[in-house]
Design a protein around this ligand. Sequence first.
Ligand code: SF4
Length: 234
Amino acid sequence: MKILGVAGTKNTGKTTLVTLIVRELVKRGYQVGTIKHTHHEFDLEGRDTWKHREAGAELVVGAGDDTFFLVNERFELEKILKIIKCIKELDYIVIEGFKFSNYPKISTTEVTDDFTISNVNVFEINDEDVINLVDLVEERTYGLIPGSDCGNCGYDNCLDMAQAIIKGKITEDKCKMKKLDEVQLFIGDKMIPLNPFVQDFMKKSLMGMISTLKTGETKIPQEKLELLIKNGED
Ligand code: SF4
């Protein structure tokens, strides 16, 4: 799942640009999700879900033709991205807002920072510009930053590697840890590098144990299996 931000000041066409990019990505066959950062409340006062939250519910799910979640907590972008990754396999996430994130972004103003891959005047953009922009998005974006800082890619840390991708010097597949991802271990939010031997050992041992369980009609999925180990008092 690659991540792209669209940032800029108010009324500079961020939402318009997000929709143009999403349409072009979908046209190219990708599955796309979006995140909109807002300072406004989603759930208006007086609604039933608002009342649930006011009563003290930590998590409220509105389910109907649409589904939405309300959590009584402010989540960091990284956490939101991980939750989305668990809920749905997507090729791209396009984020409107979150201007200080460590992911490649397109700016709708002339402001540039280390993560800006392009500055766009949305009011003058044409179809060909959108195609070129999305070509750039395909080339210069990357997924969740592993955060292991293992140095196996030749860069001192993950953010240096991210900067190299943004500058077009390398591509994400040079991250050794992302290649070796058959078994992923997260301690808190940090992905811990596992060498191929350990991955193979863990996979075979766990799959061996799981295959002996009586799961009835529930088939053990071939693609992905998740295991959470609680290692505290909670
Ligand atoms: S190989 Fe991957 S995890 Fe290791 S420093 Fe490079 S980007 Fe980070």
